[in-house]
Design a protein around this ligand. Structure first.
Ligand code: ADP
Ligand code: MG
Length: 438
C-alpha cells in the first residue's frame, strides 16, 4: 500500500499535465500528501493563501485525480503546513552519489529584489557564497514565512557551487529524521561525515528543533566541528535564536556568535519591484494601477504576493483579456486579504484589542495626546503589531496616525526591552493577546 505522500506525488504528476505550468508551480508544486485514512485525504499547503486557492479552484479536479488513483471515493482536505519545502525534502543526499543539488535554480541573487527589509541578509549571503567561512560564521537569517529565507539559502548554494565550493543543504526536519535513522541503522559515522565534508552547511527552519534536545546536541557537535575548521554555516529560522525558548543555551550562544540578519516584510517599493520583475519574467504587460492594487493587498508575504500576481495572470489568460484592475479585483476578491490575514490577527484587530483593553478610543490611540496610559497603549500596540504580523514599520506608523518609522521603532524597543522583566507589561500583553481573534 502506498503512503499518502507517494500517492500525492503520483497525483501531482497527473495534475501537472492538466493545469498550466504557472498554476502548477505556484499552487501545487510545494504541496505534500499528509495522510490518507478511510476516505479522507489530507494535503498540506505552504500557506493559507494557497489553501484557499486550491479549495476554490482545484478541489474537484484534485478529487477526481485522487479517486482514479486510489480506486474509491475520497474526500479531499487541504491543510496549511508551512515550510514544507519540497526542494529540500525531496532530496536524499545519502542515497545518491551525485553531487548534492544546489537548490531551486530560480533562486539566485540576480532575481532577488533587494530593499531595506532584506539588504543585510542579502549582502551577507552574497559575501558568503564568494568567501565561505571568512566573514560571518554562522550566518543566521530569521524572519516570517515567505520573506526570502529559502530563496537566499538556495542562492548561496547556487552561487557557491558555481564558485567550486561543496554545499550541503538540509532542513532541520530532514536533519532530525536522518539523525534518527542513522542511529537506528547504526550509520552515525556516515551521517556525521556527510556534514563534515561540507564547505558550506545550510540548515533551514531550525525552529523545528525546539523540543528535540538530542538532535540539538548533534547539531551542536556538527556545528563545532565545522566551525573549528572554518567551514561556513548558514542557519535559517522563523525567529531569532533567543526566541527559541527550549534551545540548549550552549547551542543558542553558538548560533549567536556570527551575524544575525532579519528579513522583514518588504515595503511598498520593494513589493512593487518584485511584481515588476515577475511580470517581466512572464512577459506580461500590466498597468501600474494593477501592480499597486496587488502590492497593497499583499503586504506581509512575498510568496502570497507572487501568488496573487500568478492568479491574475492565469485568470487573464483564461478570459483572453488583459490583466486589468477589474480582473485583479475579481481574481483577488475571495483571497484572504492582508487586512484579514491568514489567522485574522491583523494590525487593525490588534489596535482594536489594545484600545479595548486600555479602555480608550481608537482615535486617541492614533492621536497626538500623550499621557502615561496613552503612551503605554501605543507602545504595546506597536510591539504587538510588529510581533504578530509582518506589517512593516512604515505601515505601522501610517496606521497609528502617521508616525514616522523611527518613532515606531523606539516604541517597539521600549516594550521589547522590558518584556521579560516587567510584570505589568507582561500582564497587559497577556490579556490583550488572549482577546485577539485567532
Ligand atoms: P521563506 O523561506 O522565508 O519562507 P521563500 O524564500 O520561500 O520564503 O520565499 C517565498 C517566495 O518569495 C519565493 O518564490 C521567493 O523566490 C520569493 N521571494 C522572497 N523574497 C524575495 C525577494 N526579495 N525578491 C524576489 N523574490 C522573493
Ligand atoms: Mg523557507
Amino acid at each position: 500500500m502506498k503512503t499518502a505522500k507517494e500517492t500525492w506525488e503520483t497525483a501531482k504528476g497527473a495534475l501537472q499535465v492538466q493545469v498550466s505550468k504557472a498554476n502548477f508551480d505556484t499552487w501545487l508544486k510545494d504541496t505534500v500528501g499528509i495522510s490518507h485514512q478511510g476516505n479522507q485525504f489530507v494535503i498540506g499547503t505552504p500557506s493559507a493563501f494557497a489553501k484557499e486557492w486550491l479549495e476554490k479552484r482545484l478541489h474537484s479536479l484534485v478529487t477526481k485525480v485522487l479517486i482514479s488513483l486510489v480506486g474509491h471515493e475520497v474526500e479531499v482536505q487541504f491543510q496549511v503546513c508551512p515550510d514544507q519545502d519540497s526542494v529540500w525534502q525531496g532530496q536524499n543526499h545519502s542515497q545518491s552519489k551525485l553531487p548534492p543539488p544546489v537548490g531551486n535554480p530560480r533562486h539566485t541573487f540576480e532575481n532577488f529584489v533587494v530593499g531595506g527589509s532584506n539588504r543585510l541578509a542579502y549582502a551577507a549571503a552574497l559575501g558568503i557564497s564568494e568567501e565561505p567561512g571568512r566573514q560571518y560564521n554562522p550566518l543566521f537569517i530569521h524572519g516570517g514565512s515567505g520573506l526570502g529565507k529559502t530563496h537566499l539559502s538556495h542562492a548561496i548554494g547556487n552561487e557557491a557551487s558555481e564558485n567550486g565550493f561543496k554545499v550541503v543543504y538540509t532542513g532541520s526536519e530532514q536533519f532530525t529524521n536522518e539523525f534518527i535513522s542513522s542511529i537506528r541503522e547504526r550509520r552515525t559515522e556516515e551521517f556525521r561525515s556527510k556534514f563534515r565534508n561540507a564547505d558550506i552547511l545550510v540548515i533551514e527552519d531550525i525552529q523545528f528543533l525546539v523540543g528535540k534536545p538530542q538532535t540539538q546536541e548533534t547539531l551542536f557537535h556538527t556545528f563545532n566541528e565545522l566551525h573549528d575548521t572554518n567551514r561556513q554555516l548558514v542557519i535559517t529560522s522563523d525567529r531569532p535564536p533567543k526566541a527559541m525558548t527550549t534551545l540548549e543555551s550552549s547551542l543558542c550562544s553558538r548560533l549567536e556568535c556570527g551575524l544575525i540578519a532579519q528579513v522583514e516584510a518588504p515595503d511598498l517599493e520593494t513589493r512593487l519591484a518584485i511584481l515588476h520583475a515577475r511580470a517581466e519574467e512572464q512577459q506580461v504587460v500590466i498597468d501600474e494601477a494593477v501592480f499597486d492594487f496587488i502590492a497593497q493587498r499583499c503586504q506581509r508575504n512575498v510568496r502570497e504576493l507572487e501568488g496573487a500576481l500568478t492568479a491574475l495572470i492565469a485568470d487573464a489568460k483564461m478570459a483572453q483579456q488583459r490583466p486589468t484592475l477589474e480582473l485583479a479585483q475579481e481574481a483577488l476578491r475571495d483571497m484572504p486579504s492582508d487586512n484579514l490575514g491568514p489567522y485574522a490577527t491583523t494590525p487593525a484587530s490588534i489596535l482594536k484589542a489594545v484600545a479595548d483593553h486600555f479602555q480608550i478610543s481608537l482615535e486617541s490611540l492614533k492621536g497626538r495626546k500623550r499621557d502615561n496610559r496613552l503612551a503605554m497603549a501605543r507602545q504595546i500596540a506597536i510591539y504587538l503589531v510588529r510581533e504578530k504580523t509582518n506589517c512593516p514599520l512604515q505601515d505601522i506608523g501610517k496606521l497609528l496616525g502617521g508616525r514616522d518609522h523611527s518613532t515606531i521603532l523606539r516604541g517597539y524597543h521600549r516594550i521589547a526591552g522590558v518584556v521579560s522583566t516587567d510584570p505589568a507589561v507582561q500582564r497587559n500583553l497577556h490579556q490583550i493577546v488572549a482577546n485577539l481573534p485567532m
